[in-house]
Design a binder for this molecule. Structure first.
Ligand SMILES: Nc1ncnc2c1ncn2[C@@H]1O[C@H](COP(=O)(O)OP(=O)(O)OP(=O)(O)O)[C@@H](O)[C@H]1O
Ligand SMILES: [Mg+2]
Length: 464
């Protein structure tokens, strides 16, 4: 590599002279002759060079380039003595500082004590016309395109392609595993720059999530089978993805469960706001930009957007070009686009399963339908332990009796248990709250009953 370094000033002088010559030539020499002259020069310099350069761009077509991602992680861990500028960052929860090569910097690496290579990080500004073109994913998600250039001696070409780059891909997995924190990404208002990303600081785990014990176990088994299912999915010829529909009243823990799933699998969450998504093709592009090991979440699927059924979509195709449609969404869940990446989980949540289009809930569409119910006795016990560390108490019996009769959400129970640090005071307050709720519930039931009786009597009078 010292050879390459030594050649750099000469190459720079050569390049500068070529540029000067080109600018002079632009003014005085006719086009055809000029092109012939410079393509000749280019061929000569290529023949003379003993080095080749591999360019690794951030995006491969419309998908994220895994090699770019791996190189970024890998270069942050190698010796940086040759660098003049490095980028250092740390996000909440991450234990280590993340080191990265800054734009324009070159870094030397030696593989197997014999292969010297040089990396360069290149950023190019995207012109605004390209950046706002929704068809150009690479540009539309960022204001600049990024790539790494890898330069090495021609004689090492086989080693670099067959050993060095595969080694980096493997190494990066371990590096990312070590410093992984779960991220939450949302699609912001539809604009040119795509997603907003923050570290997910939600402390919810399966240990503290209040949920039916059997259901929790079944879901955990399902998630673990999924995570370890690479070979299985390949063998049965299915895309390595899994869909969950979480349904239940507000405050029963649907969003908390999503956080618990993300923390358990160590996958990032990509929340998709359908109302901000723009069109089907916009969703498609955003999905392709999502890396493997991620969870796509669409909350409140019943009310975020009025998804039309397929028949009416066909009729009004022209008016719907800029909308998210049901068939677009279904295509996204199990169509060809979803096979482009691995280890993908899709979660829909709803408060009203009955309001969903049958196409969304038909068997086989979402792999598991999970009912997040009003608080059960086991959920209450879990919450009492979470908030006060108590597994039993003389007040439990009365509370359990009331929980069987009253529709109360885990969020409401948690709210009452939070009111005081003293377990006895909290439990007593919870009893008062449940009694109050029971009175209201009984009153409502009575009013409904009277209303129905009156209606029935009126109908009977009319018919007689
Ligand atoms: N099953 C649960 N286990 C533990 N805590 C819960 C549970 N359900 C609710 N909570 C508590 O209530 C809060 C609200 O719950 P969460 O946001 O998960 O409900 P949700 O079902 O997503 O509601 P919504 O339908 O309104 O989005 C949580 O932050 C948590 O503190
Ligand atoms: Mg929620």
């Amino acid at each position: 590599m010292s050879e390459t370094k030594a050649l750099l000033p000469a190459i720079a002088t050569f390049a500068a002279s070529a540029m000067l010559l080109r600018s002079i030539a632009n003014d005085f020499i006719p086009n055809e002759f000029r092109n012939f002259f410079f393509s000749g020069l280019h061929s000569i310099s290529r023949c003379l060079s003993s080095h080749i350069t591999i360019v690794i761009e951030e995006f491969q077509g419309m998908s994220l380039n895994e090699v770019f991602d791996a190189v970024e992680a890998y270069l942050g861990t190698i010796e940086t003595a040759s660098l003049q500028r490095i980028k250092v960052s740390k996000v909440t929860k991450e234990k280590k500082l993340a080191v990265a090569v800054d734009r324009g910097e070159e870094i030397v690496d030696v593989f197997e004590d014999r292969v010297q290579v040089m990396w360069k990080y290149v950023c190019t500004k995207v012109e605004s016309s390209r950046a706002c073109n929704p068809g150009d994913l690479n540009a539309s998600l960022r204001s600049e395109t990024r790539s790494y250039e890898l330069t090495f001696h021609k004689k090492h070409k086989e080693t670099v392609l067959n050993s060095y780059l595969p080694y980096i891909l493997e190494r990066s997995k371990a590096i990312k595993g070590e410093r992984k924190v779960v991220k939450l990404c949302t699609n912001s208002q539809y604009d040119c720059y795509g997603t907003q990303e923050v570290t997910l600081n939600h402390p919810m785990t399966f240990d503290i999530l209040a949920m039916d014990t059997e259901l929790k176990k079944a879901l955990l088994d399902d998630l673990n089978n999924f995570k370890n299912g690479k070979e299985f999915y390949r063998r049965i010829g299915k895309a390595w993805k899994r869909g969950y529909l979480l349904y239940g009243p507000p405050g029963t823990g649907k969003s908390s469960l999503i956080a618990a799933i993300a923390n358990h699998l160590n996958y990032d969450i990509y929340e998709l706001e359908l109302t901000d998504a723009g069109s089907n093709s916009d969703i498609k592009r955003r999905l392709l930009a999502m890396p493997d090991k991620s969870i796509l979440v669409i909350e409140d699927i019943d009310c975020t957007i009025k998804l039309q059924n397929r028949e009416s979509e066909d009729e009004s195709w022209n008016t719907n070009r800029n909308q998210v449609t049901l068939s677009g969404l279904l295509n996204l869940i199990d169509g060809l686009w979803s096979c482009c990446t691995d280890e993908r989980i899709i979660i829909f949540t709803t408060n009203h399963k009955d309001k969903l289009d049958p196409a969304l809930v038909r068997p086989g569409r979402m792999d598991m339908h999970i009912h997040m119910s009003y608080c059960t006795i086991s959920a209450f016990k879990q919450l009492a332990f979470n908030y006060h560390g108590v597994r039993n108490d003389q007040l439990f019996e009365q509370i359990e009796g009331l929980i069987l009769e009253v529709e109360v959400t885990p969020a409401e129970v948690a709210g009452e248990l939070m009111r005081s640090r003293d377990a006895q005071i909290s439990l007593q307050r919870l009893i008062d709250f449940l009694l109050e709720k029971k009175t209201q519930q009984d009153h409502k039931a009575k009013t409904n009953e009277t209303g129905m009786k009156e209606e029935h009597n009126m109908e009977a009078e009319q018919t007689s």
